[in-house]
Design a protein around this ligand. Structure first.
Ligand code: MN
Length: 207
């Protein structure tokens, strides 16, 4: 399991949103963010804290909990809630208001080596988002030396496959249903076109 390569440490708290709840409008409404952050994300954090109270996992960073419970059938609920708390924190940082940002030169080159072009990379992310049956996440990851697109179901994380996450898009229905109803493709396209925080991707890559 490749949890040690992450250059972040997320604690068992609901982190502050890196922007106002209405900052991602019109792509994602304040109402969606209010429920998604204030109910869903908070719910995972609260449930995790209840599950780990009085255990050795109490006060452990999320990455360490995930690493120690990953694949263990007696700790599924702890893993799922820790992973969902981690995934949402990572998702908020993957997005950026006001049109997102452009990839740095180094990142742009890396994207071109791996996918041919930024458009091809976005297309692969969009295709994976549609191919994910039911709830889950779409990821841009570093796998050995190459960038790749992968998807995970439910609370799944790329670290389980020894890949380093660089960017994620939440494709659970709660992420888009109030704004787009059943039109997941429209939500994903709008996010990819106008909200991606490529600086965050570059930071995660260390370039
Ligand atoms: Mn979500």
């Amino acid at each position: 399991m490749n949890y040690d390569s992450l250059n972040c440490e997320f604690l068992q708290v609901l982190p502050f949103l890196p922007y106002a709840e209405n900052a991602l409008e019109p792509v994602i409404s304040a109402k969606t963010i209010s429920f998604h952050y204030g109910k869903h994300h908070k719910g995972y954090v609260d449930t995790l804290k209840k599950l780990v109270a009085g255990t050795r996992f109490e006060d452990m960073p999320l990455e360490k909990i995930m690493s120690e419970t990953d694949g263990k059938s007696d700790s599924t609920a702890i893993f799922n809630n820790a992973a969902q708390a981690w995934n949402h924190t990572f998702y908020w940082q993957s997005l950026r208001p006001k049109g997102g940002s452009e990839p740095t030169d180094v990142l742009q080159k890396k994207i071109e080596v791996s996918f041919g072009s930024l458009d091809a990379c976005k297309k692969e992310l969009a295709t994976a988002a549609m191919a994910q049956f039911g709830s889950g996440w779409v990821w841009l990851v570093l796998d050995s030396d190459m960038l790749k697109v992968v998807k995970t179901a439910n609370a799944g994380v790329p670290m389980t496959m020894s890949m380093k996450p660089l960017l994620t898009i939440d494709v659970w229905e709660h992420a888009y249903y109030l704004d787009y109803q059943n039109l997941r493709a429209d939500y994903v396209k709008a996010v990819l076109d106008t909200l991606i925080n490529w600086e965050f991707v570059a930071e995660n890559l260390g370039c």
